[in-house]
Write a protein that binds this ligand. Sequence first.
Ligand SMILES: N[C@@H](CCC(=O)N[C@@H](CS)C(=O)NCC(=O)O)C(=O)O
Length: 200
Amino acid sequence: MIKLYDYPQCPFCRKVRIVLAEKGIEYERILVDLRKKEQKKEDFLKLNPYGKVPVLVDNDVLIYESSIINEYLDEKYPNPPLMPSNFAARAKVRILVDFCESHFYPPWYNIYREITFKTEHERNDDLIEKSKNEIKEHLYRLEQELEGKDYLAGSYSLADVTFTPKVAPFDSLGIQVDSELKNVRSWVEKIKSRPSYQAI
Ligand SMILES: N[C@@H](CCC(=O)N[C@@H](CS)C(=O)NCC(=O)O)C(=O)O
């Protein structure tokens, strides 16, 4: 059976769990307690030299890096497909996955860290404000990407999966979506209401 080395709140683990749920794949969850620095222990570093979760072990196949794990799962378990069949459309999904992880995630994590790990008194409000403005700009880009579509690639794909753990907790992070961003608003509701998100 597939093993997933996992940490419940980690957005990278969550995006892998969404794919496993979408495909109905059974797996064993192995908790790596990041608070106890278990990810830096010798045994874990043998699985992932970067000392990070998630890690997926599928019999003799060992994979780390969440986006690579998700593509592996989609190729090995093709139903339902989470990548388009056309190679140009697949490249577009990868651009959006990279946009999410390289550009959307850093300001999102600034906000997450300040809100989750700090008291109100300790928070860096300027950083939160600056990061919210960056997120806002990114949401305007997503609004265009979503024009005339239900999901980022037309049908639900790894691009939507990658954004889900970041956009689903917007309310608890105090991130607002401007009312004029109608496409983004309905997309957030759609991805949040999928059974795969409810399952994780
Ligand atoms: N690029 C990696 C990022 C994984 C990552 O940063 N995981 C965090 C938890 S959300 C982690 O394991 N951090 C522990 C550490 O850096 O010591 C991926 O996509 O899998």
